[in-house]
Design a binder for this molecule. Structure first.
Ligand SMILES: Nc1ncnc2c1ncn2[C@@H]1O[C@H](COP(=O)(O)OP(=O)(O)OP(=O)(O)O)[C@@H](O)[C@H]1O
Length: 624
């Protein structure tokens, strides 16, 4: 009902703006209206088709190379949001600082729909080409923004609901944009919050390296937030401010123009202790709690106290998995291909990296390729390389291809079940002959790599249904490791305890209350380790040192399965969901009730297909 009213309001605003030429102030958010004005002033016409100029495959590869650091630094957040996106039929997108889409992960079905309106890697989503959209408008407005349905400038984008936040570097430079996009019929009310939090983590991590020779000041009014991603950070080289995060500037009422201009001594009174958490008083008389780390002393302390970066959680392996790892290492050393199978988030990639680290090839590269993430048209040139001038847009000096980059090391083909059939034959030949023929070339080049593959799909079934070649299957699956889903772990409490320590819970002086631990252990974690680690990280951010973390901090859908719902709750489901997945499930249940249980109609009203709705409802049924 509420969304119908919002929709009508936007339609009225559009009519006034586009047909009557008046400003519908108050009917849409001010940043949206500003964006419509900018687009109209630039001569964009809402009834035209947006101008899309996708990059060629080699250009996209170059773009990836140029943005390597950004892609690496955002990886943990992309992985965490990807799990959320898969469960909510949406996608997570990373762009460069001009809005060029670098990566898109999440729900494959929605990715297909998004691709039809050119929301895909290699397309620039800047406002001037694509009109009002979360990515482009966040870049212009330099702040997080949600753009929903008809708030988009161009008509075809009405199917989208998007939330984006710009990523700022330590010197205020725009580095990229993180975005979550889904279908406009399912309102992802938490998407903007999730994206903002993720960007805060990314921006905070940008301060971990590169300032070893500087004095770094970390502070907050709340002492407990010092040392977390919510702290304010100011960096001084020879007493001069050279880098900062937005919170640091905001607390002192400064902006980026203060860089290189302002001195530490102008901002703060002499701190009482260097290195220790103490009182900091600004020259204007405001008090903060914080810590100043001088250059030499900081580099020593950083090793001792810096929280582990999120990508580096020490994996938890049960006894059986440890034994499987030892066997897999021996097999890979003997050049026997190993296939790792497990549900999403069960740790296939983590396991593969451990195999590499323990193998005789550890000093050589592990080249990991996600076969599902590579656009189909790119896989061939990416894997096998191409000769100079092999096709229009090919790089002048050609490209050696990923198979050759793995020479001497290990080739890890992740999501191998998603490799298109046409390329499976070519891959098989390369694996059998240990030779690669680049596109546009005729001379085979010898390669030497060990092969690891992973998939969450039932490959044997794909073989039976004819979508995966049996000869390739037998080639890659000479030894299969099955990673168990979390719900099958015998002692989940011990596992959660260990991960909590790994994530820094004990170091931060926070424990999980017995009821919290019980509920976490009772949950069946469909997103496996990825979901569990993400939830524990969120809980850690909410925790108060010295106080056991109460079960009320848990997301609504965790640990409630074992509690009978009250009659009242069954009749009037309260809007308490505070995760995207819970919200989506709520929306699905509501749609189903509104259509008297007719799945097709409910699915249509949500803008998803029947199978997605069935799948999600079945998944829900399995949970409760
Ligand atoms: N054994 C483990 N112990 C602790 N954390 C783990 C473990 N395995 C995985 N994780 C966490 O889960 C996240 C997902 O792991 P990984 O990418 O290896 O899963 P995956 O099975 O390859 O998932 P997908 O099929 O979706 O690609 C990792 O980033 C890591 O934080």
């Amino acid at each position: 009902m509420q969304s119908t009213i919002v929709k009508d309001t936007v339609q009225t605003a559009r009519r006034r703006f586009f047909d009557e030429g008046s400003l519908p102030e108050g009917l849409v958010a001010a940043p949206i209206l500003r964006s419509w004005q900018r687009c109209a002033t630039q001569g964009l016409n809402a009834e035209d088709k947006p101008r899309v100029e996708p990059l060629s495959a080699p250009e996209l590869r170059l773009l990836h190379e140029r943005n390597d650091l950004l892609r690496r630094i955002t990886r943990p957040e992309m992985a965490a949001l990807r799990a959320e996106a898969r469960l909510t039929d949406s996608v997570v997108i990373l762009t460069d600082n001009s809005g060029l889409v670098l990566d898109m992960v999440g729900n494959a079905e929605f990715a297909g729909r998004a691709s039809r309106v050119a929301l895909r890697p290699g397309v620039q989503w800047d406002e001037m080409a694509i009109g009002t959209n979360a990515i482009g408008t966040a870049l212009v407005e330099k702040r997080p923004i949600g753009v929903h349905g008809s708030e988009h400038f161009f008509d075809p984008h009405r199917i989208l609901t998007c939330a984006a936040a710009p990523i700022f570097g330590p010197r205020g430079e725009l580095s990229g944009v993180l975005d979550m996009s889904g279908h406009a019929s399912v309102r992802h009310v938490h998407a903007l919050g999730l994206v903002r939090l993720a960007v805060e983590q990314v921006e905070h991590r940008l301060f971990e390296r590169g300032f070893e020779d500087c004095t770094v000041l970390r502070f907050h009014q709340d002492a407990e937030l010092v040392g977390t991603a919510q702290e304010a950070v100011l960096v001084f080289r020879d007493d001069r401010l050279v880098a900062a995060n937005r919170r640091g500037l905001g607390f002192l009422k400064l902006d980026w123009s203060a860089l290189d201009q302002t001195r530490l001594s102008e901002l703060f009174e002499q701190p009482d202790r260097i290195g220790e958490l103490g009182q900091l008083r600004t020259r204007t008389g405001e008090d903060f709690r914080g810590r100043i780390a001088a250059p030499e002393e900081r580099s020593v302390r950083a090793v001792a106290v810096a929280p582990r970066a999120s990508a580096e959680v020490e994996p938890f392996f049960g006894q059986a998995t440890r034994a499987a790892l030892a066997r897999a290492i021996r097999l890979v050393d003997a050049d026997v291909p190993v296939l790792v199978h497990g549900e999403t988030g069960s740790g296939k990639e983590v396991f593969a990296r451990r195999i590499h680290a323990g193998s005789a090839r550890s000093a050589k590269p592990l080249v990991a390729i996600n076969c599902a993430a590579l656009p189909e048209g790119l896989i061939e040139s990416e894997l096998f390389g191409y000769e100079e001038g092999a096709f229009t847009g090919a790089r002048r000096r050609g490209h050696e291809g990923l198979l050759r980059q793995a020479d001497g090391g290990i080739l890890f083909l992740d999501e191998i079940g998603d490799m298109p059939l046409v390329l499976q034959g070519r891959l098989l030949r390369a694996l059998q002959d240990r030779q690669v023929v680049p596109l546009g070339g005729d001379k085979p080049v010898s390669v030497d790599f060990a092969l690891l593959c992973a998939t969450h799909r039932p490959l044997a079934d794909l073989v039976s249904s004819g979508t995966f070649r049996s000869d390739l299957y037998f080639r890659i699956a000479q030894y299969v490791v099955e990673l168990p889903p979390l719900r099958d772990h015998a002692d989940r409490s011990a596992l959660i305890d260990t991960l909590w320590d790994e994530l820094g819970g004990r170091r931060a002086g926070v424990t999980l209350a017995p009821e919290t631990l019980r509920r976490l252990a009772a949950h069946d974690w469909p997103g496996n380790f990825r979901q569990l680690v993400g939830t524990l990280r969120a809980l850690l951010a909410l925790a108060e040192p010295g106080e056991p973390l109460d079960a009320s901090a848990l997301p609504a859908d965790i640990g409630m399965g074992d509690k009978p719902a009250t009659r009242k709750e069954e009749v009037v489901p309260p809007r308490t969901a505070n995760t995207l997945s819970a919200l989506t499930r709520e929306a699905m249940s509501e749609a189903l009730a509104a259509h008297n249980g007719n799945v097709s109609r409910a699915a249509r009203s949500l803008g998803i297909d029947r199978t997605t709705l069935y799948r999600r409802l079945l998944w829900r049924g399995a949970q409760s």
